[in-house]
Design a protein around this ligand. Structure first.
Ligand code: FAD
Length: 432
């Protein structure tokens, strides 16, 4: 049997059910398409740090596959053209791929399935629980996090799967393209994270076992920076260089061998948020991208290009938000509290449609994940799964609490000259 393994993320050897399934073949071709998101909300392409992190991830995965006698074919084409071409050219018998995570992926998959009439194995690849383990039908998933958590929390998370020891040989005659598009960005010194499985596993060991930073996570997790304060697992989880089940198993091992407390539990609690948004994104489908969201709540929002641009560039009248936006663009990361503050500012203080902010995060975050990003944005906007109907953060209070001496704001150049309130007059003529 000749199998094509089409990966959209999940670039790892450990705990990778799709890779193990694909390995049950005589010949194997492993491929991925470099993301080329369609223009959306006045934005296109992916930011420098997200690009770098993904390129590093693919290079490491490529190297790991070569050691097992395999390779990774990286194409700049869309899967809609690349997959049918490869299937026809190399007489592929079946395709193994990961189950779609949201609307766009579902449409793409349906398109490819129509174009190639061969067997498809769809594998769900990086969740804590398999769909069969959920104690409800997916369509009946609770709308809010707390009832979801209460229903799933006691279910045993299965042990991560071992790496394959060998893989079937490559399909002969494939002109392998092995490199992601070039990049020049370097990891930002405040967050020197590099993509790929080895770095991911090193970080898990370092943060949990060596530094034992997990022991105080619940108290420190809202900090705006500082690599001990939060796990920073998200970029590896999002690219699939790290398995969520592996993280859960390492937390459990730490609890057994060293200590268990509220903080160690809280890492799993947060991973359950990821889980919640993951499953909801599948059920919510295109509602995840509509202005009134999954709550179908109409809101008066507009699109003011100037306010949006100022927010993106970190040129608002809120120094903390400016600093956060500079941090995002330069490092490809922002802490959870930072994201909540920046999102609340765009939506509730500047009055801009939340989807523009979500699109900007999508472009720049190294850990961009469709369910977590759009789900959290809807939550802050009050059109998603927040039973309280949205979160409006008082930026002054947040600054006092999380940056009392202005260190973070200064570090990220958040104090900007005040901008004029109006740049055009009533007839839209520029004010000199
Ligand atoms: C507006 C907004 C947009 C966001 N966009 C993304 C995104 O695109 N990708 C992404 O992975 N997370 C997103 N988050 C969630 C959260 O901010 C990040 O997961 C977290 O900051 C990543 O840092 P960490 O790995 O150090 O997290 P930790 O605090 O160490 O948490 C451990 C893990 O739990 C999960 N997690 C934690 N908080 C959340 C949450 N609120 N929702 C879902 N999962 C969570 C992540 O997988 C994270 O790696 C967003 C949050 C907000 C408010």
């Amino acid at each position: 049997m000749r199998t094509l393994l089409w990966l959209q993320n999940d670039f790892r050897l450990h705990d990778n059910p799709a890779l193990l399934e694909a390995a049950k073949s005589d010949h194997l071709l492993i491929m991925t398409c470099w993301p080329n998101p369609k223009p959306w909300c006045n934005l296109k392409g992916i930011g420098a740090q997200r690009h770098r992190f993904l390129a590093e991830t693919l290079a490491v995965f490529q190297k790991n596959l070569v050691e097992l006698g395999q390779g990774l074919h990286i194409t700049g084409q869309s899967a809609a053209t690349a997959v049918p071409e490869l299937v026809a050219e190399h007489k592929i018998d079946r395709i193994v791929t990961t189950a779609p995570r949201a609307y766009d992926e579902r449409i793409l998959l349906e398109h490819v399935q129509k174009a190639v009439e061969i067997d498809f194995n769809l594998i769900r690849n990086n969740t804590l629980l398999d769909e069969e383990q959920l104690p409800f039908e997916l369509e009946d998933i609770p709308k809010h996090f707390t009832p979801f958590r209460k229903k799933v929390e006691s279910i045993e998370i299965e042990a991560p799967l071992a790496k394959p020891l060998r893989l079937p040989p490559m399909i002969k005659g494939v002109r392998y393209k092995r490199e992601a598009p070039e990049y020049r960005a370097r990891p930002h010194p405040t967050l020197p994270l590099r993509g790929g499985e080895q770095e991911a596993l090193r970080r898990v060991k370092n943060w949990i076992f060596d530094r034992r930073a997990i022991v105080t996570y619940k108290e420190t997790r809202n900090a705006l920076d500082g690599l001990d304060n939060f796990s920073a697992f998200a970029p590896w989880l999002a690219t699939g260089a790290l398995s969520a089940r592996f993280v859960a198993s390492e937390v459990a091992r730490f609890e057994r061998e060293i200590t268990a407390n509220e903080s160690t539990y809280w890492v799993i609690f947060e991973l359950l948020w990821r889980e919640f948004f993951h499953w909801r994104a599948i059920v919510d489908d295109n509602l995840l991208f509509l202005p009134y969201g999954v709550a179908r709540k109409k809101q008066l929002r507009t699109f003011d290009p100037r306010q949006f641009t100022r927010w993106c560039q970190g040129e608002t009248d809120f120094p903390l938000v400016n600093a956060l936006m500079h941090q995002l663009v330069k490092s490809g990361f922002m802490s959870n509290r930072g994201r909540q503050i920046a999102a609340s500012c765009l939506i509730h203080d500047l009055g801009v449609d939340w989807r523009y902010g979500a699109a900007f995060f999508e472009k720049h975050l190294m850990d961009y994940d469709v369910g977590s990003n759009y789900g959290n944005w809807q939550y802050v906007a009050g059109v998603g799964s927040d039973p309280r109907g949205g979160r409006h953060f008082n930026i002054e209070k947040q600054t006092e609490q999380y940056d009392p001496d202005g260190r973070f704001i200064k570090q990220w150049d958040g104090y900007r000259p005040k901008q004029p309130e109006y740049v055009t007059d009533a007839s839209d003529w520029p004010i000199a």
